[in-house]
Each structure stands twice: as structure tokens, then as C-alpha cells.
Design a protein around this ligand. Structure first.
Ligand SMILES: [Zn+2]
Length: 428
């Protein structure tokens, strides 16, 4: 995103000077600022190029040459934000084969398809927390340049993990492991500092680490802490020094708490978080990204007697899945900041809005769940000036549903209109 920045700014200046495309969006009901929860009836959202420039009362008649989008019968809200996806793949029975066979180009091509699907589902911004460096950075830059459709992407690239731990490759011959593992493992504080710097140099917008074991890895190492405290501290301080946030995959409480003590910005999953975790999350202002949809999906896989999970993964899935809703409920009640995230790639891309119903099971109101996927996720990702609400100067990222999602959250699974950066990608 950083490399072509000047070119993009120049291009957008030239475009604006030529003739900024203007669109009037007539919204029957409008939730412009989910933080306030206020729903306005009969509004006109004025969009110029990729920005919202004004929100006016009533259905304002458009001057000649200005396009009109008729959403007078719809409920309009800001584009949704998923803080945890993996756009370049979907998990399935062939995972182990893909790891050995696929090139960066293969991952990128899959990413094109899954990015489009995610955008069609109403998610106009995502954080991509782990995919092949070259594939995801190319996908991100192609979407930003307007070459291909997709959500705005904040990309981590490779996930950093300890040698031989989570995120590394397991269960292959050693020469195969050496051939296919991504250059994303470190051991010791100095080595981890080097790896973080290199990952940012390669193009990472955010650093993703694995602080504990995971469900879908083929190792029987549980879901406890894997990086040491000094490694965690080195990673966080180095990334912050280079202006990047760090987020940690973490299930076990020991790993969650060690990452938080090191000053990490957010925790993904958080399945076994305890009272100490909640205290640390609140004290540091860190976000929790629950990924309940992933928990639900792996639980279903584990209960399928003909399923493809290895015995190691099956045991972990049965243990972790059900814990996630409970952990989210406790964190929410305690006032921990929560951002919406699904870990899509576990559940299929495009089904991201399935997370909302699970959040309600964890005690969220419909408005609270929408806030997590808009204003809160924007704050969590450092994008509050751009996305998460609709106001003059913000990105023209907006979606529409027929019913009222504040009454029935499942409406968000039936998005029928998507505009991202002023461009209409869905209107049915
Ligand atoms: Zn993930």
C-alpha cells in the first residue's frame, strides 16, 4: 500500500480535476453513525468520486448529469469491516496438498475470487491476518488501484511464529518442510526483531503472530503459550517503532496474558481468556476479536465422523469451539473493547455475516454487534478517519438491506447493495 501511494494520490487528483463522478444515494432509513445508534428516515447521501461529501435531509432531486441510486425502500449503513480473514485460501480436506503444490500466483488467483465474494457480502474493509506475502500484497495493491473488485485490505502477509511451533509446517519429511515453509519463524528476541523488520520491509501493514497453539495445525501441542515473554516484547516494540500494530492469535490464557503483558494491540480468538486477561485487556485498551464463526465451524467439522480433521485437530476443535462464545460473553460484560472478526477461510468467504447471530448468543444487542463491525473495527485497525461511519470526508463505503437489522440481525446476511469507494459493486 505504501509503494504506489504517490502515484495513487496523483491519479486521484487528476481524476478529481477532470470530472468527479457524483452520485445521490436516496436512503429510506440511514444508520450513518453506528456509535450514536440514531436511524434517520429519508436521507440523501451525496457521493463525489470515492468520498461522502454531504448527507442531506429528504430525497434531494439530483442535478443533470448526477447519478441517482434508489434505496428509498432500504436500510442503509456503512460498509462492514471484518478484522480477521484469510482471503487467499479456504480450509478444507486438501490443505496439506495445497501447501506443497500451490505457488504464490495460485494463492493470489484464489484471493481474487474470495475478495470479490467478501465484497458482495457487504464487507468493504478487511484485515487479512495471514497469507503468502507476495499473493496478499499483490491482491491488496490491485484492489487499492481499482484493477480488481474487493474490500480495502490491511495485510499482515506471513504469520510470524516460533520455529517448530504454531504457524510452522508439521508432519512432512524434513526436506519438504524446508522447501515449503514460509520465511516467518524466529527464535530468540534478536531473531524476532530481525523478522519483524523484514516482514514490514516486504510490505506488511500489520504484524500477526501466533502466541499459542492453534486448532487447525497438525501438532499435538495444545493451545498454550509458544513464544517466550522476551520474544513477545521484542516483536511488539520493534513493530511499534516502525508504526505497525501487532495482533496475536491466542487461545490459552497463558499466551493471551503474556502477549498482553508485552503490550500487544489485540487478541484474536481469546478462547480461554481468564480474569487476568480481562484486566490486562482493559488496562492496555487492547481489542478482542472473537471469531465465533470459526469456532462454530471447526466444532461442526470435529463432530462429523467422516470429517477431514486430523485426530490432533479434532480434539482441539471440540475443546476450543464451545469456549469462544463464553469467553466473548465474559469479556463484553466486563467492558472489554471488541472488534468484529470471523477468521473467514475456516468458514467460507462471503458467509462472514454469520458471525452476527453468534455475537447475539454471546450477549450483544444487534446495535452492539453492528458497532463491533463498523466504528469499533475501524478504531481497532486505525482507520477511524476513513471508514466505520458515513460522514463528509469519509470513504463512500455503504451497503443496504431490505429489512431493519436492528430488529433482525440476520438481515445483514441478505445485503442487496454494495458501494465501495464510490463505486457500485452490487445492486439487486
Ligand atoms: Zn486466522
Amino acid at each position: 500500500m505504501r509503494r504506489p501511494c504517490c502515484v495513487l494520490v496523483l491519479m486521484s487528483m487528476i481524476c478529481t480535476a477532470a470530472a468527479a463522478q457524483e452520485t445521490y444515494v436516496h436512503a429510506g432509513r440511514l444508520l450513518a453513525d453506528p456509535a450514536s445508534g440514531r436511524v434517520d428516515a429519508r436521507r440523501t447521501v451525496v457521493v463525489r468520486a470515492d468520498r461522502v461529501v454531504e448527507i442531506r435531509e429528504g430525497f434531494v432531486e439530483a442535478p443533470a448529469g448526477v447519478a441517482v441510486v434508489d434505496l428509498r425502500e432500504s436500510f442503509v449503513l456503512p460498509g462492514l469491516i471484518d478484522s480477521h480473514v484469510h482471503l487467499c485460501h479456504e480450509n478444507g480436506p486438501d490443505d496439506r496438498m495445497h501447501r506443497v503444490v500451490n505457488t504464490s500466483a495460485d494463492w493470489a488467483i484464489q484471493g481474487v475470487q474470495f475478495a470479490a465474494r467478501t465484497l458482495q457480502a457487504g464487507f468493504t474493509t478487511v484485515a487479512n491476518l495471514g497469507d503468502d506475502n507476495d499473493a496478499i500484497f499483490a491482491l491488496r495493491d490491485g484492489i487499492a488501484a481499482g484493477t480488481i473488485p474487493g474490500p480495502r485490505i490491511l495485510a499482515a502477509g506471513n504469520v510470524l511464529g516460533p520455529h517448530g511451533g504454531e504457524g510452522d509446517i508439521h508432519g512432512y519429511r524434513w526436506d519438504v518442510i524446508e522447501a515449503v515453509r514460509r520465511p516467518a519463524q524466529c527464535s530468540g528476541a534478536d531473531d524476532c526483531r530481525r523478522l519483524v523488520r523484514e516482514q514490514i520491509q516486504r510490505g506488511a501493514d500489520i504484524i500477526k503472530i501466533v502466541a499459542t497453539g492453534a486448532v487447525l495445525s497438525d501438532m499435538a501441542a495444545g493451545v498454550g503459550q509458544q513464544f517466550t515473554a522476551d520474544e513477545l516484547k521484542a516483536i511488539v516494540d520493534t513493530a511499534h517503532g516502525l508504526g505497525r500494530k501487532v495482533t496475536a492469535h491466542a487461545h490459552g490464557a497463558d499466551g493471551i496474558n503474556a502477549a498482553l503483558a508485552a503490550g500487544i494491540d489485540s487478541i484474536e480468538h481469546g478462547s480461554f481468556l481468564d480474569a487476568k486477561s480481562i484486566e490486562l485487556l482493559k488496562a492496555g485498551g487492547a481489542y478482542l476479536v472473537p471469531t465465533l464463526l470459526a469456532g462454530e465451524t471447526v466444532k461442526r467439522w470435529a463432530m462429523d465422523p467422516d470429517g477431514f480433521l486430523s485426530p490432533q485437530s479434532r480434539a482441539k476443535a471440540l475443546q476450543v469451539g464451545p469456549k469462544m462464545v463464553d469467553a466473548t460473553r465474559r469479556a463484553r460484560q466486563a467492558g472489554v473493547k471488541i472488534a468484529f472478526g470471523t477468521d473467514a477461510s475456516v468458514a467460507p468467504h462471503g458467509t462472514n455475516a454469520g458471525e452476527f447471530g453468534l455475537m447475539l448468543q454471546a450477549g450483544f444487542t444487534p446495535l452492539g454487534a453492528i458497532q463491533a463491525a463498523t466504528v469499533n473495527a475501524a478504531d481497532h485497525l486505525g482507520l477511524s478517519g476513513e471508514v466505520g461511519s458515513l460522514a463528509p470526508g469519509k470513504a463512500a463505503d455503504l451497503i443496504a438491506v431490505h429489512g431493519d437489522p436492528l430488529q433482525d440481525i440476520a438481515e445483514l446476511q441478505r445485503v442487496h447493495f454494495v458501494m465501495r469507494a464510490g463505486r457500485i459493486h452490487r445492486n439487486d
